[in-house]
Design a protein around this ligand. Sequence first.
Ligand SMILES: Nc1nc2c(c(=O)[nH]1)N[C@@H](CN(C=O)c1ccc(C(=O)N[C@@H](CCC(=O)O)C(=O)O)cc1)CN2
Length: 306
Amino acid sequence: MTYLPSTIASGTTSLLTPRENMPATDHAVLTLSCPQRSGIVHSVSKFLFERGFDIVEHQQFDDPAAQRLYLRTAFVQREQSESVEDLVRDFAQVADEFSMDFNFHDGTKPKVLVMVSKMGHCLNDLIFRWTTGTLAADLVAVVSNHETLRPMAEAAGLTFIHIPVTAETKPEAEARLLETINDFDADLVVLARYMQIFSPELSAQLAGKAINIHHSFLPGFKGARPYHQAHKRGVKQIGATAHYITDDLDEGPIIEQEVIRVDHRLSPQELAMVGRDNEALALSKAVRLHVENRVMVDGLRTITFT
Ligand SMILES: Nc1nc2c(c(=O)[nH]1)N[C@@H](CN(C=O)c1ccc(C(=O)N[C@@H](CCC(=O)O)C(=O)O)cc1)CN2
């Protein structure tokens, strides 16, 4: 059994005790994966029921190739229940029996730090979803290697932090980024058309908590200028891909993708203009799936419980 770093709150009265000033959602979530065998779902539902919780949503994926079960269960308190620490301690016994990797998510809204360069359509979409209350997360700051999008961020009441990057200053810039992530206690970093490549060290430090939007239907057209690459190949569809950041450029586990039909009449610039809606939608969908704990990474791919 591996107990992965959890987002569990430090509350001691009940699972849904929110962090200070951070409104909780109305349920908690348990995610787990383990080798397939009989009795897993029964053991999870029995465990929760006996401790005063009711399941409100449940999905699972039995992977026949890997002979492994992936499970997401959302649950609410039916009656006064045990503390967070007791719940995790008690579940560890169940997890041991079934060799589970598991996470409890306490319903606290994750804090999201957004990174941008000069293109603002993805940031704009995330701000809209946040300010209209349709994103189960809180945007806490915007970091950019350019000043271009400061007005958009500050108009939404967000702190804007300019961290210029050159090949020579990248180590210092990344150190400052990590300090900023820690200062804002960010749970997730979203690269909303941020156009600088993370070092292997930074990619490793942000593994599983940094999402990028690539402006192509990966694995096609990785790297720089994907719309120019697509134009040269005369594609009939263009796409956008939201994926976790890894050191291998644009090869991280894919979370969400969008596509739209195009044809030979569109220039690379027109493809880029048409593609913006794909990018904003794919990124916002991926961020929603992540902050609702609906994404599980399985090697180079993800299992998503939509
Ligand atoms: N470690 C990673 N860092 C980043 C990734 C990633 O997958 N792994 N995705 C990029 C975003 N991106 C495409 O979506 C991308 C951004 C920039 C470039 C690029 O080649 N940029 C410059 C070089 C900049 C630099 O060296 O930092 C260039 O045009 O030459 C390609 C793809 C975000 N970071």
